[in-house]
Design a binder for this molecule. Structure first.
Ligand SMILES: NC(=O)c1ccc[n+]([C@@H]2O[C@H](COP(=O)([O-])OP(=O)(O)OC[C@H]3O[C@@H](n4cnc5c(N)ncnc54)[C@H](O)[C@@H]3O)[C@@H](O)[C@H]2O)c1
Ligand SMILES: N[C@H](C(=O)O)[C@H](O)COP(=O)(O)O
Length: 323
């Protein structure tokens, strides 16, 4: 008996951003290969893409090849490209929760989230989370998750995520870094099929502290933790100066780089591969991916947004869910 395939569920994200248009283009690119269903208000979709309202995820695969299946949510009004509407904010948040519920209920295989505008959600709905990553952890009831951004050229994980730079040194601890290393190791093994993952760990300070002359965290606890985990069998390099660990020869020596803070991790991947980077949350009880770009208000509605990262995010969600 052949099993009916289930779709990847895609949350609409910020309707004033490029989310709806890149999902529409992604559907056109993947219609024959990846069943999907979009959660959002159909009036926010580009008019040149066929869509069909469905009542359940189960209806989506049969429709996916000819139209974008839509589980409709009424946001109350149309969107103005580039200008977030505060009344839409609660719906944007609600759609993410609905997507999670569908995946956890076995009605969809994986969740792919289109970009949100964090400040618009905070202003419009007092959104209490700095990003999807933290909100999804709360919805799933897990204490710890890892944000990985991945492309063919590089995988990076920031050990601290959406916090101010001045909070990084006090938030990072030996325990939290150990957890990030362990969860990244498990994710590479279980999701990416790498039997013995090689991880490169960045230092926090310039030149990884230059032997204590430019910061002490490396000497005081980062290097000792790496030594200890190496003795436990992890394949770890570092702490490495972050400025020289992302060139091509260095990248060939590891499967993922663990950085100490958001921009240390995300600048290299977005510079190398902005079009194809995918954000994956490790540590959730379901698969979640997202494109590496944001809402891009400056180009929303102009039809120039590149859909490649969204295509890669949907494709990866589908592939990981099947593996
Ligand atoms: N997955 C997510 O939900 C996610 C990811 C990143 C940023 N964000 C949020 O998005 C908002 C805007 O962030 P930002 O301005 O720093 O980054 P951004 O990625 O929205 O835009 C940065 C620049 O890249 C361009 N750009 C982005 N995506 C593009 C695409 N697909 N094709 C062509 N050009 C593209 C934009 O026009 C802009 O010039 C912020 O609130 C941020 O937190 C959300
Ligand atoms: N930090 C991510 C980036 O810059 O690409 C982005 O803000 C998305 O984070 P969430 O998936 O947690 O929303």
């Amino acid at each position: 008996m052949t099993q009916t395939p289930l779709p990847v569920v895609i949350s609409c994200g910020e309707p004033a951003g490029i989310g709806p248009e890149v999902v529409a283009r992604a559907w056109a690119a993947l219609a024959d290969t990846v069943p999907m269903v979009w959660l959002g208000d159909p009036r926010h979709l580009p008019t040149d893409i066929p869509h069909r309202i469905v009542d359940t995820c189960a209806e989506a695969p049969a429709i996916s090849a000819t139209a974008l299946p839509v589980l409709a949510t009424d946001f109350g009004s149309a969107a103005t490209p580039g200008v977030p509407n505060h009344t839409h904010a609660p719906h944007v948040i609600d759609v993410i929760a609905k997507g999670v519920a569908l995946v956890r209920d076995g009605q969809a295989t994986a969740l792919c989230t289109a970009p949100i505008h964090k400040k618009a959600l905070m202003d419009g709905a007092e959104f209490a989370y700095p990003g999807h990553t933290e909100y999804l952890a709360a919805l799933a009831g897990v204490d710890n998750v890892v944000m990985m951004l991945a492309s063919d050229q590089l995988r990076v994980v920031p050990a601290t995520i959406h916090i101010a730079l001045d909070q990084v040194p006090t938030t990072l601890t030996s325990q939290s870094l150990r957890r990030t290393i362990e969860m990244t190791h498990a994710g590479l093994r279980d999701l990416f099929g790498i039997a013995v993952p090689r991880l490169a760990i960045a230092g926090l300070n310039p030149h990884a502290g230059e032997g204590g002359a430019m910061g002490r965290q490396e000497r005081d606890w980062i290097a000792p933790l790496i030594d200890q985990m190496r003795n436990e069998g992890f394949d770890l390099q570092g702490p490495q100066p972050a400025d020289t660990m992302f060139h091509a020869a260095a990248r060939a020596r590891y499967d993922a780089a663990i950085a100490m803070y958001h921009d240390q991790a995300l600048i290299p991947i977005k510079t190398l591969d902005f079009d194809r980077g995918v954000n994956i949350t490790l540590g959730l009880p379901f698969i979640r991916t997202s494109p590496d770009h944001g809402t891009a208000f400056d180009i929303a509605g102009s039809g120039v947004a590149n859909p490649t990262s969204m295509i890669e995010a949907i494709r990866l969600a589908h592939r990981l869910a099947l593996s």
